[in-house]
Design a protein around this ligand. Structure first.
Ligand SMILES: Cc1cc2nc3c(=O)[nH]c(=O)nc-3n(C[C@H](O)[C@H](O)[C@H](O)COP(=O)(O)OP(=O)(O)OC[C@H]3O[C@@H](n4cnc5c(N)ncnc54)[C@H](O)[C@@H]3O)c2cc1C
Length: 451
């Protein structure tokens, strides 16, 4: 919608189109009534038999999502998605983020969604047919294998190498935190393929079927999020050895043109993914906030309900403000990405906005869940409420997809490009006063005569 002010038309709108709002409302109800109830039975879905039952329950739900035209909505229309753009996808992810199972029911499960998008935008036609389409159809699972025990936040230090040998790549290296690798059908592996002066041109992504000889999944690393995780269950973070793993040359993402393009491709994959993460975190924040408010109105102690204590009112107001700021920042970043996309430009022009929401969104989620735990007292610390597991999962958000500090470095560097050093400071009053005396000398002379 364009608001007209005088002769200047400007678009600055915070409303959702009614047609799309109807879809969101359908999603809210569907997630609340059909998906969230599955959470409390999580222990039943761990075994192979349990997972089969889970699929029996969720397959019809996925069909319903397809009927609503909301399946795998992150991809462009010619690739089976809906072409919604990042703002709409963001609004959808805010709803899906409430429950860990919801993204998979909507064909938007990380890392599969990011990998499908990567192959959609950077892969060859043959790769799309062989790897992306089965991902979209929900027939296979994938993993993104980049981080190594010795290199994460600075990926130019990655050591896993791929050497060309005739029509094949031979891969050797050691990765960890390859999420879902132990249940995956294929891995997208970031490997060193060159020795360029510019380290960012030395890496490529290669698709490796998980069953390839030489791929050794050592374990799923138990984490704070899931301390009792067993290898081979969904959601694990695998440690993997690649030992003389041979795959066809054509498995490099993008074909010949993909050599040295690993980081450029990673940016394409991670940019939209960060919007989706940040909006899913808001879904978590909102759930915690609802629990916080409900408890404030319910618990009576020291002469009043908690809602009447000013410290609790402070938590509610702070949480609301933080969430609203995170939401607007994220939607604005999404909007900017949509504008860039429409203008045929690269998402890297939105790197400040994307960097900000990555660390700000993670912090807000963490803060709001923490306050929700606090207001529930001992109950908040128990496993009788979802807050403790939400809290453990929230901690990881400050680390994965690049730790907070790295995003802050990016943001600060970009912002500083708009400034110049100055000695004395531009605002130095004696210097400004001298300049003003010179500028207005004529008037001031007159003033001296008349006063
Ligand atoms: C739950 C979870 C899931 C993950 N899933 C995947 C996945 O599917 N695939 C994958 O490849 N990886 C995955 N990762 C790994 C993740 O991307 C890395 O953990 C992350 O990039 C940080 O790398 P690192 O752990 O090696 O930390 P390091 O590189 O060792 O950094 C450690 C700390 O150093 C500080 N630091 C680093 N750089 C700077 C700087 N420039 N300035 C100031 N401080 C700095 C930060 O505080 C940082 O947390 C996952 C991680 C988690 C926790």
């Amino acid at each position: 919608m364009a608001a007209t002010i005088g002769v200047c038309a400007m678009a600055w709108d915070f409303e959702t189109e009614p047609d799309f709002e109807a879809k969101l409302e359908w999603m809210r109800q569907f997630v609340r009534e059909e998906i969230i109830p599955l959470e409390t039975l999580a222990d039943r879905w761990r075994s192979a038999e349990g997972r089969a039952v889970f699929r029996q329950i969720t397959d019809p739900l996925k069909d319903e999502v397809r009927r609503q035209g909301l399946w795998a909505a992150h991809l462009p229309p010619d690739m089976g998605g809906q072409g919604f753009g990042q703002v709409k996808l963001g609004l959808m992810h805010e709803i899906l983020g409430q429950c860990a199972y919801a993204p998979s029911v909507f064909g938007n499960q990380a890392p599969d969604s990011g990998n499908a998008e990567l192959i959609a935008v950077g892969g060859t036609d043959a790769q799309r047919e062989q790897w992306m389409q089965p991902l979209l159809d929900g027939k296979v699972r994938s993993s993104f294998s980049m981080t190594e025990p010795g290199a994460g936040a600075d990926p130019t230090l990655l050591k896993t190498v791929a050497v060309r040998d005739g029509g094949e790549w031979v891969i050797n290296g050691h990765k960890w935190f390859s999420s879902n690798a132990s249940i995956s059908d294929f891995l997208v592996v970031m490997v060193k393929t060159g020795d360029h002066d510019k380290p960012y041109k030395n890496f490529s992504m290669i698709i490796v079927p998980t069953a390839t000889p030489g791929v050794a999944i050592l374990r799923d690393v138990p984490t704070m999020g899931e301390p009792d995780h067993r290898t081979g269950e969904p959601g694990g973070h695998a440690e993997i050895l690649y030992r003389d793993v041979r795959v066809p040359f054509d498995n490099i993402v993008g074909g010949e043109a993909g050599i040295g393009q690993g980081f450029a491709l990673a940016q394409k994959r991670l940019g939209p993914g960060r919007i989706h993460h940040a909006m899913r975190w808001l879904g978590q924040s909102r759930r915690a906030f609802d629990m916080l408010c409900e408890r404030a109105l319910t618990r009576y102690t020291h002469g009043s309900i908690l809602a009447e204590k000013q410290m609790v009112q402070d938590w509610i107001a702070e949480s609301y403000a933080e969430m609203q700021a995170a939401r607007l920042l994220t939607l604005q970043a999404a909007w900017k990405m949509d504008q860039l996309h429409a203008a045929g430009k690269h998402y890297s022009d939105a790197r400040v906005e994307i960097g900000v929401i990555k660390f700000w969104g993670a912090r807000v989620m963490y803060n709001v869940i923490d306050r929700a735990i606090q207001i529930h007292g001992s109950l908040g610390y128990t496993t009788d409420l979802p807050l403790e597991s939400m809290y453990r999962a929230a901690r990881a958000a400050r680390i994965y997809d690049g730790p907070d500090e790295v995003h802050k470095v990016t943001v600060a560097r970009q912002i500083l490009k708009g400034y110049r050093p100055s000695d004395p400071p531009v605002e130095h009053i004696p210097t400004r006063r001298a300049a003003a005396l010179e500028k207005y000398a004529g008037y001031l002379d007159e003033l001296a005569i008349t006063s």
